[in-house]
Design a binder for this molecule. Structure first.
Ligand code: NAD
Length: 293
């Protein structure tokens, strides 16, 4: 059964969720943004407004478009608020048990033909799909960070994903003005399969004392023309997310070359998760980021 996507639910209003809500609303879709508390939703709406306003200043969108986009986003801290969505995208923390519980709860309120997607960076789409009542209407829609700026979205079919779901997801992503890369359902898909081992290696380079934070980032920015250094990028992605992806690669591919660097584990244990907690490989609490090693 073909599905026309007019209303999109986004579960998790963190850095990815607020970005997905932002681009979907700008593309003219109705959005319901969900999170565990009203406080998180308020701060997500403030972030979305701030990011839209920045686009107005840069003349990428008009102020009228900003206002209309904001009006298209409703918030809800219950699953019932998502009941009439045609597509729901889960983008909560990268923990399989949390995601499974979300799918269990949301599928109970959705109409049978609604499509369910995960923005997971690394977890098997086939396995997540199998835990729902609709594996054929389940798909991976993997956005890049920051969502309003990055052109690419990876689409990942699980074994059971049917053609109408895949076509509807393609149409949805195109409507957002994004390009598609189709990836097979293997750990971390394409972008993160390549990117995360590089970041992990940069952390090993720091751990083994080959270079300090500044030297490693400068080396890759100036020596390989990367727009951000790998440690700066790790802070931007979130060190907990980086660690989860390395663990999925390590376990999923059973190859020791993917073992997470102990220093990455230590930063996560300290709660130094990067920009979102103000400290990671850099300390962001002052005017300028200061390396922490
Ligand atoms: P984040 O920590 O910024 O946000 C996660 C949000 O999920 C939080 O607001 C949290 O309150 C909410 N949440 C937790 N449990 C929930 C529940 N049961 N119901 C509803 N909301 C819940 O994380 P993020 O960086 O936005 O990452 C979210 C997902 O997107 C992860 O699966 C991650 O792997 C993936 N992803 C991240 C990036 C990145 O660069 N950060 C890029 C692509 C994909």
């Amino acid at each position: 059964m073909a599905v026309v996507i007019n209303k999109v639910g986004v579960i998790g209003s963190g850095q990815m969720g607020n970005g997905i809500a932002h681009v979907a609303a700008l593309a003219g879709l109705d959005v319901v943004l969900n999170d565990v508390s009203d406080d998180r939703l308020k701060s997500a709406m403030a972030t979305i407004n701030g990011n839209l306003s920045r686009q107005v200043v840069k003349k990428i969108i008009t102020d009228d478009a900003r206002k209309q986009a904001l009006n298209r986003i409703a918030t809800s801290d219950t699953m019932e608020g998502l009941a009439d969505c045609d597509l729901v995208i889960e983008t909560a923390v990268e923990k399989e048990d949390v995601k499974r519980k979300i799918f269990h709860d949301v599928c109970a309120v959705l109409k049978p033909e609604a499509i369910v997607a995960s923005n997971t960076s690394s977890i098997s789409i086939t396995r997540l799909a199998a835990s729902t009542d609709r594996p054929e209407r389940f798909i991976g829609i993997h956005f890049m960070n920051p969502v309003p700026l990055m052109e690419l979205v990876e689409l990942i079919r699980g074994i059971a994903t049917d053609d109408t779901t895949f076509e509807a997801a393609k149409e949805f992503v195109s409507r957002l003005g994004k390009q598609i890369a189709v990836s097979e359902d293997f750990p971390a898909f394409i972008v993160n399969r390549i990117l995360l081992p590089m970041i992990n290696e940069a952390i090993y380079t720091l751990y083994e004392g080959v270079g300090n934070v500044e030297a490693i980032d400068a080396a890759m920015k100036l020596g390989a023309h990367h727009p951000m250094g790998p440690l700066e990028l790790a802070d931007f992605i979130g060190l907990d997310t980086c660690l989860s992806i390395m663990q999925v690669l390590h376990e999923g591919l059973a190859d020791s070359k993917y073992r997470p660097c102990p220093l990455l584990v230590k930063y996560v244990e300290a709660g130094w998760l990067g920009r979102k907690t103000q400290r990671g490989f850099y300390d962001y609490r002052g005017e300028k980021p200061v390396p922490t090693r």
